[in-house]
Design a protein around this ligand. Structure first.
Ligand SMILES: Nc1ncnc2c1ncn2[C@@H]1O[C@H](COP(=O)(O)OP(=O)(O)OP(=O)(O)O)[C@@H](O)[C@H]1O
Ligand SMILES: [Mg+2]
Length: 297
């Protein structure tokens, strides 16, 4: 299985490590005059763990829909530019074919669950691909164990809490063993402790299996320490893209009104009051470390 993830593909005579490529993407929903996405270009490398953020309505979910082929195949509208996932152009490949490479956890788990039992929901994608029964059982058990929902196997999805539904949605995508997983606000129904657990699972899949992950989230303070890159959108455009520290300390991040982690604001206040703390801290642990070394001096 590990082989599935770490792979550098020969593509048109060039060696590429990128798994998602977006070139000059513009998109307008049907019957709308104004485009929702404007001139987006970005590349996501294999093994990246990316946080996609930005104000509500800036187009994050719409961009995700483009990455999994729901746009243009399901939503229609006008798309210009190109989107490639695993070297497949989303314009030219069916959603079902793209789904074998890229898994999507919907913003609202209600949109993902429809079978009569949790187990059937987790197995749904594999059944559609007509995978051998043995492989299917192994993948379903692995994904359910990982998400801690083994005891919900026989439950009806509609009986579950929002948080449980969210964990079932993630398991149903993981069971497909995609190369890229896109999670659209996967913790909106989770308390901070369960949200952190989910991020830790995602991080370990990224580190141990090389799974590429795009996480859409508003909770920057929870997530900034997990990711290697942050992309900030505003009004249908990519405004910032880089390592967490660079993005979060940029002046533009403040002006875009994204939720800069409180610990960074506190750090900034101290620096402005001439407390010299060295490299900016993103997490509470880093901050505590900086204070400890200051006290030792
Ligand atoms: N199916 C649709 N048809 C028409 N317009 C849509 C559709 N879905 C979204 N939009 C519009 O596209 C814009 C971007 O919406 P989108 O859901 O992509 O934003 P978002 O960044 O994911 O927001 P949020 O953080 O609230 O989830 C909004 O103005 C929204 O009203
Ligand atoms: Mg959204």
């Amino acid at each position: 299985m590990e082989d599935l993830y770490i792979r550098i593909e020969e593509c048109g005579g060039r060696l590429t490590t990128s798994i998602i490529e977006v070139h000059d993407l513009c998109y307008t929903y049907p019957n709308f005059a104004e485009p929702t996405l404007n001139d987006i270009s970005l590349t996501i490398e294999r093994g990246d763990l990316v946080l996609l953020t930005g104000p509500s309505g800036c187009g994050k979910t719409t961009l995700c829909r483009c990455l999994i082929g729901l746009i243009p195949h399901f939503y229609g509208g006008e798309l210009t530019g190109d989107v490639f996932v695993s070297n497949l152009s989303v314009k030219d490949h069916a959603i079902s074919e793209l789904a074998q490479h890229v898994g999507f956890v919907f913003q609202n788990p209600e949109n993902q669950l429809f079978a009569l039992s949790v187990e059937k929901d987790v197995a749904f994608g594999l059944e559609n691909l007509a995978k051998p029964r043995e492989e299917m059982r192994k993948n379903v058990d692995w994904a359910m164990d990982l998400m801690g929902i083994g005891d919900l196997r026989e439950s009806a999805p509609f009986e579950l809490s929002g948080g449980q539904k969210q964990r079932v949605s993630v398991a149903s995508v993981l069971a497909m063993k995609p190369e890229v997983m896109i999670l659209d606000e996967p913790t909106s129904f989770l308390d901070p402790v369960t949200a952190r657990k989910l991020f830790e699972i995602v991080k370990s899949l990224n580190e141990e299996l090389g799974l590429t992950v795009v996480l859409v989230e508003h909770r920057l303070s929870l997530l900034s320490t997990y990711v290697n890159r942050i992309i900030v959108m505003d009004k249908g455009r990519v405004r910032l893209d880089g390592p967490p520290l660079d993005v979060l300390t940029s002046k533009e991040a403040l002006s875009l009104g994204i939720g800069i982690p409180k610990i960074m604001q506190l750090y900034q206040n101290l620096v402005e009051n001439n407390v010299i703390l060295g490299k900016p801290a993103i997490s509470v642990d880093e901050f505590a470390g900086a204070i400890r070394s200051l006290l030792k001096k």
